[in-house]
Write a protein that binds this ligand. Structure first.
Ligand code: HEC
Ligand code: HEC
Length: 202
């Protein structure tokens, strides 16, 4: 029953429209902006090699567009990214989001296979008794996400995924769905889920 409600909810939330700025985005201008302002931290073509900095290659455009706006407008509190996003217009953000969404996704890979495997059941089925829903119900069995609302998780650096789950739990990052879920996860569950996700292939 719980699963069923989650699925209906997912469908409802996912039925949003793609932002107009993205429809008319200029990916060449996005590439130029990316290379001058973002590449140093997020890597060539969005493939970050620094575990604290998320891989952005192949992430959904709509999700990227919104996240940069959240940093700019204060809904997500991260000193580095808030500073980076200041002064960017919606159109510039759309251009860079469109450029990144067209790059080939990569897989960071799980460093600790045993730890990663221990989270497979949790990722796929959740823990109904604790009110933890299946991650796969929104983010997909392979972590590919569902455009436009549910981001790709697969292949992300474990360090970044763990810190983003902790940011939802502490409220540094606001999102009603993920805050409700992250506050129910133990530290061990966060660490093992992050390891599992880093090894998922899109
Ligand atoms: C000085 C390093 C640095 C620079 C430069 C930088 N970023 Fe970031 N970025 C980060 C870090 C660190 C995070 C993780 C923040 C967090 O944990 O909330 C991040 C997070 C993000 C996210 C969130 C990804 C997700 O999966 O939710 C997006 C999108 C992003 N950056 C885009 C950009 C863009 C676009 C630029 C250029 C305009 C840029 N960044 C420049 C360090 C940087
Ligand atoms: C009901 C749907 C739903 C379920 C179930 C769900 N998520 Fe999410 N998740 C979302 C949405 C929506 C976002 C984007 C939130 C935002 O804008 O910050 C998200 C974002 C995330 C992010 C941030 C990605 C990034 O690049 O920064 C992580 C990590 C994440 N979810 C992990 C999980 C894990 C692990 C589970 C299972 C324990 C889970 N999610 C279950 C809907 C869901």
């Amino acid at each position: 029953m719980h699963q069923f409600i989650t699925l209906i909810f997912s469908f409802f939330v996912a039925a949003g429209a793609i932002a107009n700025d993205l429809v008319s985005a200029d990916t060449a201008a996005g590439q130029t902006l990316y290379q001058s302002k973002c590449l140093a931290c997020h890597g060539v073509a969005g493939v970050s090699i620094i575990p604290a900095n998320p891989i952005l290659a192949g992430q959904h455009g709509e999700y990227l567009y919104k996240q940069v706006q959240y940093f700019r407008d204060g809904m997500s509190k991260n000193a580095i990214m808030s500073a980076m996003a200041q002064g960017l217009s919606d159109a510039e953000i759309a251009n860079v989001a469109a450029y990144l969404s067209e790059q080939q996704p990569v897989i960071a890979g799980a460093a600790d296979m045993e730890l990663a495997q221990s989270a497979e059941k949790l990722y796929r089925g959740g823990v109904i008794a604790d009110g933890i829903p299946s991650c796969a119900s929104c983010h997909g069995p392979a972590g590919e996400g569902i455009e436009p609302v549910y981001p790709r998780l697969s292949g992300q650096h474990a360090e970044y995924t763990a810190s983003s789950l902790r940011a939802y739990a502490s409220g540094e990052r606001e999102n009603s769905i993920m805050q409700a879920i992250a506050t129910k996860l133990s530290d061990e569950q966060i660490t093992s889920l992050a390891a599992y996700i880093s090894g998922l292939a899109p």
